[in-house]
Design a protein around this ligand. Structure first.
Ligand code: ZN
Length: 211
């Protein structure tokens, strides 16, 4: 079967879109099979609203397989064992039957939000069989975290990422959801990567080089 299995994991509705929405478009355009897992429904704006928003946003990015789980927002670190099990179950039942898990995009540990750190710690256990585990940045990532990997993105991918984030209408008051902030961050990472217009940045937990 052609294409590789790629898993995206986020704590809340909007984390995946913010951190690696444009990279998700690229993975799908490359013919890979993409699955998204959102661990909590979020509280601000109403749980159902936020779940519908993230399903719409991830669908706009091209993701057709989305798992919205129901762990308690802000308390994910109390349920690490159950979160590991839940991610492992999705991998075993819904991903590896079509081939090995190639790459994972998850949250990173240098983050001020306890839920985001919990997602990192659960992911590196549950996804230990993956070749690559890359961690994406979000607005609560700590400023001293220095990324090592850049995904170069073009204008049309950035536009779709911004459109997807605008579907999170319950979060539209937040400064980091504004199109100009998303564009500036992509420009900054593009500059850091070299002479590129836009990029998304990642931290390596694990990367396997293959012949
Ligand atoms: Zn979050």
């Amino acid at each position: 079967m052609s294409g590789k299995n790629v898993l995206f994991i986020g704590a809340h509705p909007d984390d995946i879109e913010l951190g690696c929405g444009a990279t998700m478009i690229k993975e799908i355009d490359n013919g890979n099979r993409v699955v998204s897992v959102v661990l909590s429904r979020g509280m601000s704006g109403g749980e159902e609203t936020r779940m519908v928003e993230t399903c719409s946003a991830l669908s706009l990015l091209g993701c057709r397989r989305i798992f919205c789980l129901d762990f308690d927002d802000t308390r994910l670190d109390f349920f690490l064992d159950k979160i590991i099990l839940a991610i492992e179950n999705i991998i075993v039942k819904d991903i590896t039957p079509s081939g090995e898990l190639h790459r994972v995009y998850t949250m990173q540990k240098d983050d001020r939000h306890q839920d985001h750190r919990a997602v990192y710690y659960a992911s590196i256990v549950a996804c230990r069989g993956a070749h690559d585990i890359f961690c994406y940045e979000v607005p609560s990532s700590l400023e001293y975290a220095v990324p090592q990997v850049y995904s170069i993105i073009n204008e049309s991918c950035l536009e779709r990422k911004i459109m997807a984030l605008q579907l999170h209408t319950s979060q539209s008051h937040r400064p980091y959801m504004q199109p100009e902030q998303i564009r500036v961050m992509a420009q900054f990472r593009g500059r850091m990567a070299g002479n590129y217009q836009y990029a998304e940045a990642f931290f390596i937990h694990k990367m396997v080089l293959q012949a």
